[in-house]
Write a protein that binds this ligand. Structure first.
Ligand code: PMV
Length: 333
């Protein structure tokens, strides 16, 4: 095969990944756990081109020659090494997440790229091998390969650091976009800073492994309250360790804190709502399917809201959705 297309979705971590123990191999300092979403897909096609001298990348209809292209091409180098094939590729990718959703697209992006590129280069990877490959593009992409709920085992080498599915109750996340702008400090940079400068970092790493063990037990037991408690406290611990870096980094804005307060008020009124936030100001509220509309209505004054649930893992597409539309500026499906 010389071309393939794949689709993958972003994920929101309930036990967060923050910090690497090996940056070159992309090994995390601790394990993490997430929900792969049923919305905001990234669709990516990879066409090998024996006559091209370099890779090329069209992202959301525009030719990219900057940082996103460089990361994509470096990732393709890995796939070429695995496949023993040095042909260059044309990559076309489209994110469904409106910029206004404020959701990072690196997880869905690298999960879709890992699958499309490995198939185009003739590698037949099982789910675990694909999860390991996606990890090399972006840590959180490790989990976006997996449908539903995923645990990423930290592992101690490339072979043992992968994500796999775990059973958990059917839950919803109400995404509250309080600010759609780009984040001030990339997660890569801020993770490095936290690991190098925060006196609390060792405690963050060891307590994350404890949180992950408690979270997997709560998921197995179907204990929604415990899942929520761990989700919110672990998110706040992550933001606390990030804020304890030097110079300090603070991702949560006053409007984000107001959504955490709204979650507490909802709980006091007997509604299931637990807050979490990634490396940015936007907040997700974890709740049950039956209560999702109530939670969404209660926080609609804080920003744009969107209810999402557990979604599919990375999947190959039978046809190239960009067929005939692979040039920059072409209309996208
Ligand atoms: O994979 P990255 O570099 O985008 O880092 C993701 C970090 C968090 O989203 C903040 C936490 C997580 O586990 O997804």
């Amino acid at each position: 095969m010389t071309h393939a297309a794949a689709r993958a979705h972003p994920n929101i971590a309930l036990v967060k990944y923050w910090g690497k123990r090996d940056e070159a191999a992309m090994l995390p300092a601790a394990g993490s756990m997430s929900m792969t979403l049923d919305a905001f897909a990234t669709t990516t096609s990879v066409h090998l081109d024996a006559s091209a001298e370099s890779d090329s990348f069209v992202l959301n209809g525009a030719e990219d020659t900057g940082g996103a292209f460089a990361r994509t091409s470096r990732f393709l180098d890995l796939v070429r090494t695995l496949a023993g094939d040095d042909r260059r590729a044309r990559v076309v990718s489209h994110n469904e997440a409106p910029t206004a959703a404020g959701l990072a697209s690196s997880a869905s992006g690298f999960a879709a790229l890992a699958l499309a590129a490995s198939a185009a280069y003739g590698l037949d990877l099982d789910e675990r091998a694909l999860s390991r490959l996606a990890r090399r593009g972006s840590g959180s992409a490790t989990r976006s390969v997996i449908p539903g709920y995923a645990v990423w085992h930290a592992g101690d080498d490339d072979a043992s650091s992968y994500a796999e599915r775990i059973e958990a109750p059917d839950l919803r996340l109400v995404i509250v976009t309080v600010d759609a702008g780009p984040k001030a400090v990339s997660s890569r940079e801020a993770m490095r800073l936290t690991a190098e400068t925060s006196p609390f970092y060792p405690a963050w790493v060891s307590s994350t492994e404890e949180s992950l063990a408690e979270m997997t037990a709560a998921c197995r037991a179907g204990d929604v309250t415990r899942i929520g408690e761990i989700t919110e406290s672990h998110a706040l611990r992550m933001h606390a360790v990030i804020a304890s870096s030097l110079p300090p980094v603070r991702y949560l804005a006053p409007r984000s804190i107001a959504v955490f307060d709204a979650a507490l008020a909802l709980r006091e009124a007997g509604v299931t709502a637990w807050a979490t936030a990634d490396a940015g100001p936007n907040v997700c509220l974890l709740t049950t399917p039956a209560e999702a509309e109530t939670v969404a209505a209660a926080v609609s004054g804080h920003g744009a809201v969107r209810i999402v649930g557990p979604g599919p893992g990375a999947a190959l597409l039978p046809e190239d959705p960009f067929a005939g539309r692979t040039r920059a500026g072409d209309a996208l499906p």
